[in-house]
Design a protein around this ligand. Structure first.
Ligand code: BGP
Length: 470
């Protein structure tokens, strides 16, 4: 049997990914307005609080706003070909509905993208990552309001124009499917007693679809060479047993995610969604103009995060034993081990996911988040021996290489949190993903000093050999 070549394409985009609100800090500097993250001291899954006495680690993050040059130099040393970050909407439009953008905010990202390029990295930019101006929530009800489409479009056009030539890879919304799981974070949604939540969540998602299509339109007009993608949290789901009921339950559960990419890649609601809306009395407003915009401006690539896989079953007993997972509760997979946060580690599931998305869309794919959140121990000599992180990443990269050999058009890989940052689901610093350790704890203590972990040299070598040496 002839050998299949297993290698990453030349020019493969190795790098790391972060989000503005999870590391920048400086939450009230240079004219920045308050965002939804600024009032989520316990993370995205929990009720919000504007109580100033409550410690909110997002406020200071890891002070990337002031230290980005030092941090980008470390990523440069790692050999990053790209770096994914987001633009804090409230640095550009502090209230969301401002007439003019805030020049100081625009300038910050100009400098940041220039510095990335200086370090040899292609910026990969999420226009909105898990935050929006708090004013848009209070005044308009977040994404439930159609008016927010216009505010987002203005924000998107402003940054697409300003950074034209500096940024080639864009994404419209981070994990757009999360609006169904964490509605405040995903859509700035706060519900009143007795409201039909599903209706509102789908209305909000619909407004985001239109807004996303308008951003795609703007991007294609401003620079046809630039690539603009969607971004979903991949939630590949297996049936617990071969019982056909479980198999179909897995398909249905997976469609809760893929419906989002289906709309953004194909430009229309698939029929299975329409049936779901009818059977669940979900009604929301869609205009003929919306449909036109969505159909005409579909994305260029599919960005996605992958941390774990899921299980579906119709067995009530099993459902009760559910294990903790990213934004969802899931049934335990007896074949997999879990992280300290209960996320089930499944490298092969990444190959499966890549193949599913590739078969479904025949579009380029970009893994824009993957990694292991773990508690790191600083040894007496100051070193951090994070072999568990190396093992996790190695196993996933091996499966990516297999998927590329399967024929998947994979353009890049950015690990989540190459430098420790505040977690999204629990707003803590104890859960670390980085190759670079940051001295700051859950109570907000620490010098913020940066230290390379053992995984730093390992990932550096992976990039140097284009994924041949793991
Ligand atoms: C994704 C988000 C990120 C990120 C990551 C890890 O869902 O896009 O913002 O934080 O998950 O999750 P956590 O920080 O909760 O460990």
């Amino acid at each position: 049997m002839a050998e299949v070549k297993k290698e990453f394409p030349q020019g493969f985009l190795w790098g790391g990914a972060v989000a503005a609100n999870q590391l920048e800090g400086a939450y009230q500097e240079d004219g920045k307005g308050l965002s939804t993250a600024d009032v989520s001291p316990e993370g995205i899954m929990y009720p919000t609080s504007e109580d100033p006495a409550k410690l909110n680690l997002y406020h200071d993050g890891i002070d990337f706003y002031h230290r980005y040059k030092e941090d980008l130099a470390l990523f440069g040393e790692l050999g990053f070909k790209c770096f994914r970050t987001s633009i804090a909407w409230t640095r550009i439009f502090p209230n969301g509905d401002d007439a003019e953008p805030n020049e100081a905010g625009l300038k910050f990202y100009d400098d940041l993208f220039d510095e990335m390029r200086k370090q040899g990295m292609e910026p990969v930019v999420t226009i909105s990552h898990y935050e929006m101006p708090l004013n848009l929530v209070k005044k308009y009800g977040g994404w439930r309001s159609r008016e927010v489409i216009g505010f987002y479009e203005k924000f998107a056009r402003t940054v697409l124009e300003r950074y034209n030539g500096k940024v080639k890879y864009w994404m419209t919304f981070n994990e757009i499917n999360v609006v169904l799981h964490a509605p405040f974070t995903g859509g700035g949604l706060v519900f009143e007693e007795g409201e039909n939540k599903l209706n509102i969540m789908y209305q909000a998602a619909h407004h985001q679809f239109v807004a996303s299509a308008l951003a795609v339109k703007a991007s294609h007009e401003i620079n046809p060479e630039a690539q603009i993608g969607c971004m979903i949290a991949a939630m590949t789901t297996y049936p617990l047993t071969p019982n056909p009921d479980d198999v179909f339950a897995a398909l249905e559960q997976e469609r809760k995610t893929l419906q989002f990419s289906d709309v953004q890649v194909r430009g229309y609601y698939p029929n299975y969604m329409k049936r779901y809306f009818v059977e669940n009395d979900i009604e929301f407003n869609v205009t003929a103009d919306d449909e036109k915009v969505m159909r005409e401006h579909t994305v260029d690539y599919i960005g996605f995060s992958y941390y774990m896989s899921f299980i579906a079953t119709t067995d009530e007993e099993k459902l009760k034993e559910a294990t903790a997972a990213n934004l969802m509760t899931g049934v335990k997979n007896p074949y997999l081990k879990s992280s300290e946060w209960g996320w089930q580690i499944d490298p092969k599931g990444l190959r499966t996911t890549l193949n599913i998305l590739s078969d479904r869309y025949q579009k380029p794919l970009f893994i824009v988040e993957n990694g292991l959140g773990a508690v790191d121990k600083v040894e007496e000599d100051g070193s951090i021996q994070d072999d568990y992180r190396i093992d996790y990443l190695r196993a996933h990269i091996e499966q990516m290489r297999e998927a590329v050999a399967d024929g998947v058009d994979l353009i890049g890989y950015t690990t989540w949190g190459p430098i420790d940052l505040v977690s999204a689901s629990t707003a803590e610093l104890k859960k670390r993903y980085g190759f670079v350790y940051v001295d700051r704890d859950n109570e907000g203590n620490g010098t913020l000093e940066r230290t390379k972990k053992k995984s730093f040299a390992w990932y550096q070598r992976v990039i140097e050999t284009n994924g041949q040496e793991l």
